[in-house]
Design a protein around this ligand. Structure first.
Ligand code: SF4
Length: 427
């Protein structure tokens, strides 16, 4: 079919590459390409006399596919009942530890807590990622966990695809690499060769680097980008340590982004209005289809409500904004997206005291081109990964019309319900 269509539109090599990508998406999303060919013929775009007409036909095919998103409600995926608790005692995973840190106190603390059936000492964590990658697995859990020491740069300036929420000195750090959850759109799948979580045990070194930055200016730091730290708290205990550290450094504000629905942390963390718990919320159909192993919307909302109650009773300073952020990001373009995000917002609005929400983040899915290219090789069957995104300045994103429509819609829902709400949109 690719060859036939290429010939019919007088495709160049570059056009041929694009055709293959479009057909991969059609395949992954269950589209019937002959139906689209028929449509092009009816519109007079086929047959083509030359490459110029062929290019127009190809652009039109792309457009037809872009605006015909997946119907995720057709999917009936089983719900993961255990997802919301994060993980505690492991079940049969292998633990890999870098040889140089085998006697480290934090390593001992973690290993005693987890009681892994088998511990293997390794030279470097990258060896394990390379090995798992070469085995060709695409599963994110069950392969084990690595304890390692992070070397080189420990803090990074915020990437253009991330929101800075109005902060001038925006950084992120990666004290854990990879996630226990398995979101189909997660950039980590394109960033690292394998999905095994790597916990870096030298958090104190990261703290020192933050302190050195703080000597020059106030810092806004995202500490849970390359993982979900809340889900890993039983293993690493880093949420508590970041809360303590931030509380004792006045010029530091951190964001802990999460989909985890645990509530046990609230009773014993050191509350601080500069530790922002940022919850990613999605409609349940999106969660079931694309955010595998994560808690459902109901549990995420309950965790926020419980956290806000706990904050109010612990701090009781009359402040209006609590350190809770709601993130509708990434929004995923699917059939009936409007209805889904509307229903989700109704639930959020009915259950969460929005007058005390600090701010909101809204953004449609986008990803750097190099990560998506890697993901397209690994996940040929994923319609979300194979979707024909537009590429702008090195980032894949939905066509501007779609992105704008979705983000404006969400922003409007928020602004109409919460006058004066601070809504940050990625741009
Ligand atoms: S929760 Fe976040 S870090 Fe974890 S897999 Fe999903 S998108 Fe990636």
């Amino acid at each position: 079919m690719v060859d036939y269509f290429s010939k019919e539109i007088h495709a160049s090599v570059a056009m041929g590459k694009r055709i293959r990508q479009l057909f991969s998406y059609a395949d992954a999303s269950g589209r019937n390409i002959p139906d689209y060919m028929e449509k092009l013929r009816n519109e007079g775009k086929l047959p083509c006399r030359d490459k110029r007409e062929g290019k127009a036909a190809l652009d039109r095919l792309c457009e037809l596919l872009q605006y015909d998103p997946e119907d995720v409600r057709k999917e009936h995926l089983p719900k993961n009942e255990d997802a919301f608790v994060g993980i505690g005692q492991n079940s049969g995973m292998q633990l890999y530890i870098e040889e140089d840190i085998r006697d480290n106190a934090d390593v001992k603390r973690i290993t005693e807590r987890l009681n892994f059936p088998e511990t293997i000492y390794i030279r470097h964590y990258k060896d394990i990622l390379a090995r798992v990658s070469s085995e060709g697995s695409t599963e994110s859990t069950g392969k084990g966990m690595v304890l390692a020491r992070k070397t080189g740069r420990l803090l990074y300036e915020g990437a253009p695809v991330c929101q800075n929420f109005g902060n001038s000195h925006f950084y992120y750090t990666s004290c854990v690499m990879n996630c226990l959850y398995d979101c189909e759109y997660c950039y980590l799948k394109g960033m690292y060769p394998a999905d095994v979580p790597v916990v870096f045990i030298n958090l104190d070194d990261i703290f020192k680097e933050v302190e050195s930055l703080l000597e020059s200016f106030p810092v806004y730091l995202c500490v849970s980008y390359d993982t979900d730290l809340m889900a890993l708290e039983d293993i690493a205990g880093y949420v508590r340590r970041w809360c303590d550290f931030t509380k004792s450094h006045d010029d530091l504000t951190i964001e802990i982004r999460t989909k985890c629905a645990r509530t046990d942390l609230w009773k014993d963390i050191e509350w601080c209005d500069r530790v922002i718990f940022a919850y990613t919320l999605s409609p349940d159909d999106i969660i079931k289809r694309y955010e595998k192993c994560t808690p459902d919307l109901e549990h995420r909302i309950s965790a926020i409500v419980s956290g806000m109650e706990s904050y109010a009773s612990a701090v009781n300073d009359g402040s209006e904004a609590y350190p809770f952020r709601l993130c509708f990001d990434p929004m995923i373009y699917v059939k009936d997206w409007r209805e889904m995000y509307h229903d989700m917002w109704e639930r959020v609005m009915n259950e969460i005291d929005l007058m005390h929400i600090r701010d909101y983040s809204v953004g449609s899915f986008r990803i750097s081109d190099s990560y998506l290219k890697n993901m397209r090789v690994r996940f040929s069957g994923s319609a979300l990964v194979q979707y024909p995104y537009d590429v702008v300045d090195g980032y894949y994103q939905y066509p501007e019309k779609i992105a704008n429509e979705m983000e404006c819609y969400m922003e409007k829902l928020i602004s109409e319900s919460v006058p004066g709400a601070k809504v940050f949109r990625w741009k």
